[in-house]
Design a protein around this ligand. Sequence first.
Ligand SMILES: *Cc1c(COP(=O)(O)O)cnc(C)c1O
Length: 399
Amino acid sequence: MPGFEVFGDEEKQQVLEVFDTGILFRYEFGAERNDVYKVREFEQAFADYTGAVSAQAVTSGTAALKVALAALGVGAGDEVITQGFTFVATWEAIFDIGAVPVFTEVNETLNMDPADLEKKITEKTKAIIPVHMLGAQAQIKEIMAIADRHNIPVLEDTAQAAGARIEGRHLGTFGAIGTFSFDSVKTMTTGEGGMCITSDQELWKNMSEYHDHGHDHAVNPGGRGGEGRRFIGFNYRMMELQGAIGLAQLAKLDDMIAAQKKTKQQLKEAAASIPGVGFRRLVDEEGDSATFLAFMLPDKERAAAVNAVLKENNAGAINFGENSWHFYPSWEHLLEGKTLADNGWPFMAHGKRRVIYDPKALPVSAELMNRTLVYPIPVLMGQERLQDMIDALAKAAKL
Ligand SMILES: *Cc1c(COP(=O)(O)O)cnc(C)c1O
């Protein structure tokens, strides 16, 4: 990651095909567009690639989550369970649909702890969002078994794990809906953009209509203005330029992952020489998208000492315990209920607090995140830079 490292002639050619028609819009203009439908083609290619029946392109990964939640019928008063280690977008979408996010612990997969999920299900739980963080699998089979037992739909936030699999089956195809992001730092990028995949035609229809103001997209003599609608929607339409770039990037995804895997393996071997080191538990190492390498030290102090040596040697790692965008105790705006709304929504309703978040609610995750160090794995890494990092890890091993 990120996919823009390999932007080239393929992306340029795709974009030029759009400009040759002058039609930057996914709907209408049948007479002018010369049969160029890039977003539609990208949706089909993405569905084919992942093995889902249908795909719905949208403007971002955050929009994808919102559109998916809408399709599942989630609304005000509902609870949606996700994990305390994720990007803020996951729970922003939950609030935006009117529901309240409930957070689980993560375990050594750095993803949702199934045992903690089971404890947090209530009669208000309307959906469960496991996140495949840092390119690798949540324990989705265990999570699906629990969700099925309670008859609650699962939405997989696959924003960080496009192309990752379990025993050959793509992440995002286990739950009712899988969502993806193509923003600037993701493994494949369209600048901004997102995708929802599903094999349930009713859910796809809901998403297709909701993301475009409710338009039913049924052919009729009046064109777009004559289309009907079943419910209110919003505008999360992807534009043709994004669809075009997506087609070029998707064609490169498996090669990007293969390149990352090679680099990751060498860094992992170097990190393995650090005394006391352990690695993130992978559900299926073969299916890892190898976008990140995560390794754990015995405790927070040891992790800080190791990272100090790595930093001195120009190879500092990320400690998500210190990162304010991805981990629950650092989300002060969530914990303190900060919002632009004068009436306090979505934290307050009818003058009362709807939900209170205790910063100490996830002690297992805190202990784990504080002693975990993470390297993002670029698609392209020069031999010299790789050797520098390996040398830095060797120095840390002598600490
Ligand atoms: C990036 C990301 C999103 C949001 O995607 P955008 O395209 O930036 O809106 C959602 N969830 C996770 C886990 C992400 O990393």
